[in-house]
Ligand binder design. Structure first.
Ligand SMILES: [Zn+2]
Length: 340
């Protein structure tokens, strides 16, 4: 990724305040703000300071003022205006400037989706590290982690180091090998239900994980996201008489955790008796990012590919727990790097 031009800064020179043009000065930010749905207050965490917002959106304070006038929620922390990270990501993604950090990150992240899919079907090795953090942890206790669950899909796990009994923090490391296989969904019913969801016009947005546990809330905004989409689709598969469950996992190649993109898909028992995975939101996101990703979009409907590490966690369950009695959920941060 080439670094974009320095974002705008007002600077003082001989008593004159001069405004430098910003990378996204020409963007109609009011329109962009109107085109996305901001995260509702009850799920919003406004902890990203204005300096981060300017950097992400490649803009200056004037553009931030315009966004706030157009409805971007914020709160002041120690005198600084702070924003929800999801709101900033969605503004950037839908700015169509081609210059904001979210656009550059997603383009890089989904570069693979435009290539021939054969690369996604071969065995691939990942250095997999999870750090677990329990805030305000009262005592030493065992940790439980929903581990990588790749054996069922032809993968393997080696060199596992599990968290020992401890207080506050712990880690899990392993070398995970994933692979892919072309196993498209054969059931016409499952294909129809999937197609109906894709055609329903929901717009992909970054949505906080706790909100995604309520797919109806997400869909009511006209939006969709991996976990919400998978929970909803699993429900409609079950209503049609299929055995289906939304499962969480990790989407690899995420640039050292620069973008913590929550991943989920639906596991469903197809008419041929095999368990297939439907990765509906990735299919939709790839379509949104680039039209020439049909092969990858089709791969998402039943097949497995080597950039996803499935876990044992169900659709809206946490990845980990600490048995210390603390009422706060633990923080789980994953860093997954390709082994060269
Ligand atoms: Zn604890």
């Amino acid at each position: 990724m080439t670094d974009a031009k320095p974002s705008a800064r007002s600077f003082c020179s001989g008593g004159l305040t001069v405004s430098r043009p910003t990378a996204t000065e020409g963007v109609a930010w009011e329109k962009v703000a109107n085109s996305i749905e901001f995260i509702p207050a009850e799920f919003s965490v406004r902890d990203q300071p204005e300096s981060v917002a300017q950097e992400m959106l490649r803009c200056g304070p004037e553009e931030i003022d315009r966004l706030i006038d157009a409805g971007l929620p914020f709160e002041r922390r120690s005198g600084v205006r702070c924003f929800d990270a999801n709101d900033l990501y969605n503004l950037g993604m839908y700015s169509d400037s081609g210059k904001t950090q979210p656009e550059l990150t997603f383009r890089l992240l989904f570069r693979f989706a435009r290539r021939p899919v054969d690369d996604l079907l071969r065995a691939k090795e990942w250095d997999f590290r999870v750090s677990l953090e329990c805030v305000d942890c009262p005592e030493e206790a065992p940790w439980r982690l929903e581990e990588p669950d790749v054996l069922r899909f032809g993968g393997s796990v080696a060199g596992v180091t599990r968290p020992s009994v401890s207080r506050g923090s712990a880690g899990f490391t392993a070398t995970v090998t994933t692979t892919g296989a072309r196993t498209p969904v054969v059931s016409p019913v499952l294909r129809r239900l999937t197609g109906e969801y894709l055609d329903a016009g929901y717009r992909w947005q970054m949505i906080p994980v706790p909100m995604q546990a309520h797919p109806d809330r997400v869909h009511a905004m006209g939006a969709t996201s991996c976990i919400a989409a998978s929970l909803h689709l699993a429900e409609s598969f079950r209503a049609a008489g299929y055995r289906a469950e939304a499962k969480r996992g990790w989407f690899c190649g995420v640039l050292g955790g620069a973008l913590d993109l929550p991943h989920a898909c639906v596991e469903v028992e197809d008419d041929d008796g095999a368990v297939k995975t439907v990765d509906i939101a990735k299919s939709q996101l790839a379509a949104r990012l680039s039209a020439d990703t049909e092969q990858f979009q089709e791969l998402c409907l039943g097949s497995i590919y080597n950039k996803v590490i499935p876990s044992t966690a169900s659709g809206n369950a946490p990845f980990g727990y600490h048995d210390c009695g603390s009422q706060l959920p633990i923080r789980v941060h994953t860093d997954i790097q390709a082994v060269r």
